[in-house]
Design a binder for this molecule. Structure first.
Ligand code: PXP
Length: 238
């Protein structure tokens, strides 16, 4: 059964809406761990729209599970990651105008930059993961870039409307998980996963971790964060 990583970006989004101190993403992270999260995910975006550098520093010191820092390939961000030492750095594509990470990283197109950034992060003792679409060429590129972890983008599955589309997207994730496992990569997955669509992804053999943010924070508004995480962990962990 996969582990649950909780993305706390949207707690910081709410804080930034007022520019004050509440709600504190560090308190939220501890609350998620208490409720069964086995990892905390935070995205230090170039525009700092939610998580700030100081949040990553404080998370590094206070959480007891694993810190997964989502980040772009920007040189300054790579340097910050190397100095802040998350357990894992997940490289994602980042566009200023996007609402959320819209697609997977194109490892084939940005191969040289990815290989260099991954080498710098690994030298700093940080595990590296690439957030990619479930496509064979991207998995092969990941392996060739010297990276051992992929996070498969589940957005197309989450957005699929008909049962045929859903089955097709699920099949892609299942097939690409097995392909990546045969190449000895660790496989994580995430994006757009909710209480009503996560079960079928969680049951795919070989997925180590699911990283989920928006649906948990949205449910927390009604039932509280601990309860929201507990409910998701129960589905993910079976
Ligand atoms: N994994 C990655 C790499 C992401 O970029 C995001 C979105 O920040 C997530 C997981 C979580 O996605 P969601 O908020 O849709 O659950």
């Amino acid at each position: 059964m996969p582990k649950l990583g909780v993305n706390i970006d949207h707690v910081a989004t709410l804080r930034q809406a007022r520019g004050e101190y509440d709600p504190d993403p560090i308190v939220a992270a501890r609350c998620c761990e208490k409720a069964g999260a086995e990892g905390i995910v935070a995205h230090l975006r170039e525009d700092r729209r939610h998580i700030q550098d100081e949040d990553i520093r404080a998370l590094r010191e206070s959480i007891t599970t694993r810190l997964n820092l989502e980040m772009s390939l920007d040189d300054k961000i790579v340097a910050i990651a190397c100095s802040l030492h998350p357990d894992v750095a997940t490289i994602v594509p980042e566009k200023r105008a996007e609402i959320t990470t819209e697609g997977g990283l194109d490892v084939v197109k940005h191969f040289r930059r990815i290989k260099l950034a991954a080498a710098a992060l690994k030298k700093a003792g940080i595990k590296v993961s690439l957030f990619i679409d479930p496509v064979a060429a991207q998995i092969v590129g990941t392996k060739e870039a010297g990276v051992n972890i992929v996070e498969l983008h589940t957005g197309a599955y989450a957005n699929a409307k008909t049962s045929r589309q859903i089955a097709r997207e699920l099949d892609k994730i299942r097939t690409m998980t097995s392909f990546a496992r045969k190449m000895e990569l660790t496989v994580n997955a995430g994006h757009g996963l909710k209480y009503d669509n996560v079960r079928r992804i969680a049951r795919i053999p070989g997925i180590a971790e699911l990283n989920i943010g928006h649906s948990i924070i949205a449910r927390a508004v009604f039932v509280g964060l601990e309860q929201a995480v507990r409910e998701m962990a129960k589905i993910v962990n079976g």
